[in-house]
Write a protein that binds this ligand. Structure first.
Ligand SMILES: [Zn+2]
Length: 453
């Protein structure tokens, strides 16, 4: 019997075939998928104000028909995709979080066939479905982002986009939202090839098009500069896409719009030259310095998060989606809007941190987060202390940083608790001068804290 089991195990190990990889969004993202959609909508409005988006029904309908076929794939994540054409001779296409996509006329002019356009769109759809843009922003702003996402609730008329804009996360080719790592590029290629296959397009055409663009005879490089800087080459696209193709079921591919492409190219060639780019919009100026008040009232109300409860001073407010683990709880005057961005100067933030490797070790995961924070202007000022919170082991790490309140230092007391999925943290923030008056309230918050799941 024992021999039989061993034999069966060995046989299954040797018989293991490479399996088609299913791509999923990364775990570390402080935005909800709904916030991706909202951010994308706001950003698309900005694009329409600053770029020559075409009002040509025939061209837009062509790109939309191809896009809609791809968006139906379950690997497209079900986002509300829209496809628009920008009158710009450079070879580029970009997708904003949550689905709005823009294709340059220069890209349409350079197509050999419909499948190549499907390839670019499927690649861009994959960046949306795998949430690469908001994941980048999340990683770049471990501490500030929960406050930013909360800040949109302050009646800031810019919405999420305005708040991110104030943070210095700009739109366009330079934007963090559209800059991808080589790993993200490869995932977008492979997931995109699967989407093409689902929609009946030949997946090899995506890699073929990218290779044509990158190749020595790839044409005018100045037309490609933005595309290549946003989508760094992740190695041998043709090879890994072809390797994956072997794992996909055989099927016949087609190009339902093949007859339309010559007409599309003719329309593009007949367009008037794009207008000169508009002058940059002057940066928004913020509300200036606030004063850190009111102090905690001494009375409390309860906040019920998705997996925890805590009590907070009843003259403070919860900013952000109360069902998200990332919320900012602060007095209105504790959130400072300035030219550098909105910043939380007084209050507390809760969120999860996903350490690079491994999870579940409180000391190591806390050290990992502290290291991330020290890469910005937050510095540890004393050794971490072991404490217990809600019956669980926790660590309290004293840190400090420049306060958004004029010229002051700020205390950032970091409380961390290891959870099976990631490291939960609360940062208590106060200007140094107010710390003594605030510490009692923070102690009360800690004493009230409980996980509910
Ligand atoms: Zn890409």
């Amino acid at each position: 019997m024992r021999l039989f089991i061993l034999g069966a195990l060995a046989a299954s190990a040797f018989a293991a075939e490479p399996k088609l990889k299913e791509f999923k969004p990364g775990r570390f993202n402080l935005f909800s998928p709904e916030q991706d959609v909202q951010l994308g909508k706001e950003s698309a409005d900005e694009v329409r104000k600053t770029m020559p988006v075409l009002n040509n029904a025939e061209l837009t309908a062509y790109v939309n028909r191809i896009g809609a076929r791809l968006a139906k794939s379950k690997r497209a994540g079900g986002y509300p995709y829209t496809f628009e054409v920008v009158n710009d001779p450079s070879i580029n296409a970009f997708a904003l979080p949550g689905g709005p996509m823009f294709v340059h006329t220069g890209l349409l002019a350079s197509l050999d066939n419909e499948s190549q356009l499907a390839g670019v769109l499927a690649h861009e759809i994959s960046h949306v479905a795998l949430r690469h843009g908001t994941s980048n922003v999340s990683k770049a702003n471990v501490i500030q982002l929960p406050a930013m996402l909360g800040g949109q609730m302050l009646g800031n008329k810019g919405g999420i986009w305005g708040t991110l804009g104030q943070l210095g996360i700009g739109l366009g080719a330079q934007s963090l939202l559209l800059k991808y790592s080589r790993g993200a590029e490869q995932d977008a290629d492979l997931n995109g090839a699967q989407i093409m296959h689902d929609a009946g397009y030949d997946p090899t055409q995506m890699a073929a098009f990218f290779q044509k663009l990158e190749g020595p005879n790839g044409g005018d490089n100045s037309k490609l500069a933005n595309f290549m800087s946003d989508h760094p080459t992740p190695g041998n696209r043709v090879k890994y896409v072809n390797d994956q193709n072997k794992l996909l079921p055989k099927k016949a591919f087609s190009e339902p719009e093949a007859a339309a492409l010559p007409r599309v190219k003719q329309l593009v060639a007949g367009l008037p030259p794009p207008p000169p780019p508009p002058k940059p919009i002057a940066p928004q100026t913020g509300g200036g310095q606030g004063t850190p008040n009111p102090l905690p009232s001494g009375k409390y109300r309860q906040h019920q998060g998705p997996d925890f409860v805590l009590s907070y001073p009843d003259n403070w407010e919860v900013f952000g989606d109360p069902n998200s683990p990332s919320v900012t709880i602060a007095p209105r005057a504790g959130v400072v809007q300035s030219q550098q961005g909105s910043a939380i100067g007084y209050g507390l933030m809760t969120s999860y941190y996903f350490p690079q490797d491994g999870r579940g070790n409180l000391q190591r995961d806390t050290a990992d987060l502290v290291k991330q924070l020290q890469a910005s202007q937050v510095k540890q000022t004393a050794n971490a202390k072991s404490v217990r919170v809600g019956g669980q082991p926790a660590r309290l790490t004293p840190m400090e940083s420049p306060s958004p309140f004029n010229g002051q230092r700020e205390i950032d007391m970091l409380l961390t608790i290891a959870r099976p999925e990631a490291l939960f943290y609360i940062v208590f923030i106060s200007p140094e001068s107010e710390w003594a008056a605030t510490q009692k309230a923070f102690d009360d918050v800690v004493a009230s804290f409980q996980f509910t799941k």
